[in-house]
Design a protein around this ligand. Structure first.
Ligand code: ADP
Ligand code: AMP
Length: 219
């Protein structure tokens, strides 16, 4: 299966991908996570991406398309789930072109639908583990011990782009540049788009996603 998970920043894409990977064995490819790893390793790519990410705007398409094309090449037999990519219509078209070269396509697009106010609270309350990348929320998905990662005991951090000002910019960027990607896929003959109500709690959202993905596996 080759799946794209769409949705505003903070909609719960990373949280849901963990469950999807555990159930279906897909490779989780998060463009945001890959960029943060590049930054942590202080690579040329990480240096180029830094200022865009910190101000809540998109990293240029050519950088992202090349980065993700490289990552997709390492996909296992079971397939992949893309999280945070594509984020512009141009990225979606480039992805289709590059998959078509190897006679592949995106099988389904799952679109997490959620209101701006809820998603802004999810982002500003998000806390991440700097060691293992686990994601928590100060109200909705708390660690067992406050501010400490359940997996490795590291102190949780707030992402620099999860402060209120950058969050507002990221939402604006999402509406201007990423929302049109939903229509790109809705108008395409290749991929089916499923809208998912992401306002529900994480387990309920997983159930909705599994319903769609189970049907795809059977088909
Ligand atoms: P994204 O990957 O789309 O940016 P995340 O998966 O990191 O979003 O989730 C954003 C924040 O919202 C995190 O703090 C996460 O713990 C929390 N969260 C995710 N899904 C839900 C949900 N269904 N209900 C409440 N909080 C959620
Ligand atoms: P995320 O973790 O998905 O919220 O992404 C964090 C930041 O990384 C975004 O605000 C962008 O600056 C950058 N980024 C991630 N994915 C992409 C993408 N597909 N295209 C452009 N920029 C991206």
């Amino acid at each position: 299966m080759r799946i794209v998970l769409l949705g505003a920043p903070g909609a719960g894409k990373g949280t849901q991908c963990k469950h999807v990977v555990a159930r279906y064995g897909l490779l989780h490819l998060s463009s945001g996570d890959i960029l943060r790893q590049q930054r942590a390793a202080d690579t040329e790519l990480g240096k180029k991406a830094r200022s865009y990410m910190d101000s809540g705007v998109l990293v240029p398409d050519e950088i992202i398309v090349e980065m993700m094309a490289g990552a997709i090449k390492k996909t296992p037999e079971a397939g992949f789930i893309l999280d945070g990519f594509p984020r512009t219509v141009n990225q979606a078209a480039e992805l289709d072109k590059s998959l078509a070269c190897s006679h592949q396509k995106i099988d389904a697009v799952l679109n997490l639908k959620i209101g701006d106010r809820i998603v802004a609270r999810r982002m500003t309350g998000r806390r991440s583990c700097p060691q293992c990348g686990a994601v928590y929320h100060i109200e909705n998905l708390k660690p067992k011990v406050e501010e400490i990662c359940d997996n490795d005991g590291a102190r949780l951090i707030q992402r620099p782009d999860d402060g209120p000002e950058v969050v507002a910019n990221r939402l604006k960027t999402y509406h201007q540049q990423t929302e049109p990607v939903v229509d790109y896929y809705k108008n395409s003959n290749n991929s089916t788009v499923y809208d998912i109500d992401a306002n529900k709690n994480a387990d309920e959202v997983s159930t909705l996603l599994f319903e769609k993905l189970d049907a795809l596996v059977k088909a």
